[in-house]
Design a protein. Sequence first.
Length: 171
Amino acid sequence: MDIDDEYPHAKAHEYDIAQICLRAHVTNAEYMDKPKHNQKFCSTCGSPTITTCQSCNAPIRGHSYSRDPIYAPDWKPPLYYHECGSPYPWTDELLRAAQELADEVPNLTDDEKKQMGQDITDIVHNAPRTPAAANRLKRLAIKAGESTKDAIIQLASNIASDALVKLTRGW
Ligand SMILES: [Zn+2]
Ligand SMILES: [Zn+2]
């Protein structure tokens, strides 16, 4: 089948619509064009799935036709809605995971743990203090050791943060 016939919605709108569960599992990044994969509830965690922003009700951008017309299995849920800037239901939870990760590092002081969680959040949000946060996070990660570094790299890919992925690639 021709690729254009296979993705009529994504081709016409540039993006398909994504269906994502409330805990950030992507159930279908091609909601319109591959409806047979749609799920009312997440098969991973049982949470209800959504296809629209919970604040402004516009559709969640899914798979991009123009960027990559072939299904991308590593498609990650966004953190903030592109129309109104509202965080998705899972965003707080993902950022909380960053703090939990930091809290479990054995050889950091309490202040350093708090700092590490804040630094990861700043980097994900690309806050103005990001360069300082990046330097400090690297120093803390070296102090914390290999398993913490690996955990941060894993977290970076889970929360789909390009900034954090780019940073940890240099470690
Ligand atoms: Zn789920
Ligand atoms: Zn919205």
